[in-house]
Design a protein around this ligand. Structure first.
Ligand code: 0WD
Length: 257
């Protein structure tokens, strides 16, 4: 019997764009506990970069999936059924909003920008869970990534905050649906981390500096800290937790003025 917490567990990870991605930090923590990982990549443009990273994790697999296309999600589910069989975990680390919607006033958001942000950042969790929960025949754990902009109005985060609020509500409804199959669903609300997605947020540096000043731990968080929390949520250590949003933000969410 292995002492590793995720020995013989098959875990799907969506959202590795490069080595700074939160999903990549999560992958390191899961691999260290013996998980077998299946990665997806969004399109051919990022394949080479993601493939190089995936090659560094022995025994892992890679499959394309753009979450905007139902047929690609169906193909992912077929791939998993054929090449893996039983799935024990799913990490959703995907979000997108138009750059013009992450600047200025939320009140200016277009219909199309609102729909797109919700489709990619929130509905995708439901769309993929719908196809893979039938493969979680031994129970499972689903983890997604959110941000405090879901709970509070944060300048420039705008439509993404609304999409994250929807994502967190999706977590609760999915947890309620899938609990009877022994499947838990939780979110990690991470403090800001400098990744590709963060380049879209205006004055990100100013944000990081302020956080070092005002958080209880006087620091920003990194992808390894998020990764270890994801590992906990995907392991049996968290077997009593579902429908939850856990903040990994050095305590920022409890601060006032
Ligand atoms: O400060 C941060 N970086 C925080 C990020 C704080 C709190 C939460 N998050 C969230 C993000 O909102 C997102 O949900 O964590 C998740 C991962 O974000 P990340 O690691 O910061 O960003 P990144 O490395 O860019 O990965 C997000 C990836 C995309 O990358 P790009 O930059 O190429 O859009 O999401 C994927 C893609 O790989 N993605 C898609 N995958 C499949 N289909 C799609 C799509 N249509 N769109 C984006």
């Amino acid at each position: 019997m292995s002492s590793m917490l995720l020995h013989e567990k098959n875990i799907l990870i969506m959202g590795v764009a490069n080595n700074r991605s939160i999903a990549w930090g999560i992958a390191q923590s899961l691999a260290a506990q013996g998980a077998r990982l299946i990665f997806t990549y969004e399109n051919e443009r990022v394949l080479e970069r993601v493939q190089k990273l995936v090659n560094t994790i022995p025994n892992s697999l890679i499959c394309p999936c753009n979450v905007q296309i139902d047929e690609e999600i169906d193909m992912l589910a077929s791939f998993l059924k054929e090449h893996v069989g039983i799935i024990h975990g799913y990490v959703h680390s995907i979000a997108y909003a138009k750059p013009e919607d992450l600047d200025g006033l939320f009140v200016e958001t277009s219909r199309n920008g609102f729909t797109l942000a919700h489709e990619i950042s929130a509905y995708s969790l439901a769309a993929v869970s719908q196809r893979i929960y039938p493969l979680m025949t031994e129970g499972g754990s689903i983890v997604t990534m959110t941000y405090i902009g879901a709970e509070r109005a944060i300048t420039n985060y705008n439509v993404m905050g609304i999409a994250k609020a929807s994502l967190e509500a999706c977590v609760r409804y999915l947890a309620n649906d899938l609990g009877s199959y022994g499947i838990r669903v939780n979110a990690i609300s991470a403090g800001p981390i400098r990744t590709l997605a963060a380049y879209g947020i205006k004055d990100f540096n100013g944000m990081l500096k302020k956080i070092e000043e005002i958080t209880p731990l006087h620091k920003t968080v990194d992808t390894s800290e998020v990764g270890d929390t994801a590992m906990f949520l995907l392991s049996q250590l968290s077997r009593g937790i579902t429908g939850e949003t856990i903040h990994v933000d050095a305590g920022y969410h409890i601060t006032g003025m």
